[in-house]
Design a protein around this ligand. Structure first.
Ligand SMILES: O=C(O)[C@H](O)[C@@H](O)[C@H](O)[C@H](O)COP(=O)(O)O
Length: 235
């Protein structure tokens, strides 16, 4: 079971998450002259992105992408790309290169294939990843009841992006989505899972002890994903 690092308040938690991601991107830049960051959407990451955007990194050599995306254009209020551009791609980070997952295709699966190719063209590897987690234990768009879950959690596949049909998360129905798969997380240099609130801490601890074939958090643990879990009581 990975250790859960407890931060005393929202500010120190967001700062610690941003510092861990900055450290990881800096190491990748030092080692290979480029770095790839992938981040989550949802409500958790915004204060972390606000801090990360100001990090003194060589942003023109950093590629920024998403761990998942709703199958909507950037003009939609549901778009994670729009969220990322509003919160992370400001200040120094605005000089990074953004690679979206969404593109208007005939089907979400076709869009996933286009996104998979785009990420493969960037090297097919993520250096720093920021994840949130739903109260149903989902990360990325790896939803417990989704028919795509088995493919997304297969550790032996190549890193890729898959289409996720309309489904349900802990808060209700979800749009069709695009999601990276578990092998992308297994190959990452560092994955930061940012959690807030007592409920999510309990969910994390329950899910981490679960079935890696059907529970994404258990799959991260069972497959040795380099995971830092940072938690604070109130965001
Ligand atoms: O597209 C999304 O919604 C996110 O990428 C998703 O995977 C998110 O991380 C979880 O649903 C947690 O969402 P909150 O941070 O809002 O709790």
């Amino acid at each position: 079971m990975p250790e859960v690092e407890t931060l005393p308040d929202a500010d120190s938690w967001a700062a610690a998450c941003a510092a861990r991601l900055t450290e990881t991107l800096s190491a990748a830049l030092a080692e290979s002259g480029k770095a790839v960051f992938a981040g989550a959407g949802g409500s958790t990451p915004s204060p972390i992105y606000a801090r990360l955007s100001q990090a003194p990194l060589d942003w023109p050599r950093i590629v920024v992408t998403l761990v998942d995306e709703r199958y909507v254009p950037e003009s939609s209020p549901e778009s994670n790309a729009a969220l990322m551009k509003r919160t992370l791609l400001n200040g120094p980070a605005a000089t990074s290169r953004f690679v979206p997952l969404y593109s208007p295709q005939v089907t979400v699966d076709r869009a996933a294939a286009v996104a998979a190719h785009a990420l493969a063209t960037e090297g097919g590897h993520l250096d720093a990843v920021l994840l949130g987690m739903g109260e149903d234990g989902h990360i990325c768009s790896m939803f417990p009841e989704s028919p795509t879950l088995k493919s997304l959690l297969s550790p032996k596949l190549n890193p890729t992006v898959l289409g996720v049909p309309t489904g349900r998360d802990g808060r209700g129905p979800t749009l069709e989505r695009l999601s990276i798969n578990l092998p992308y997380l297994m190959g990452a240099r560092r994955v930061v899972l940012a959690l807030t609130g007592a409920a999510k801490r309990d969910v994390f601890e329950r899910e981490a002890a679960g079935d890696p074939n059907t529970q994404p958090i258990a799959a991260l643990v069972a497959n040795g994903v380099p995971l830092d879990v940072l938690w604070t009581e109130k965001a």
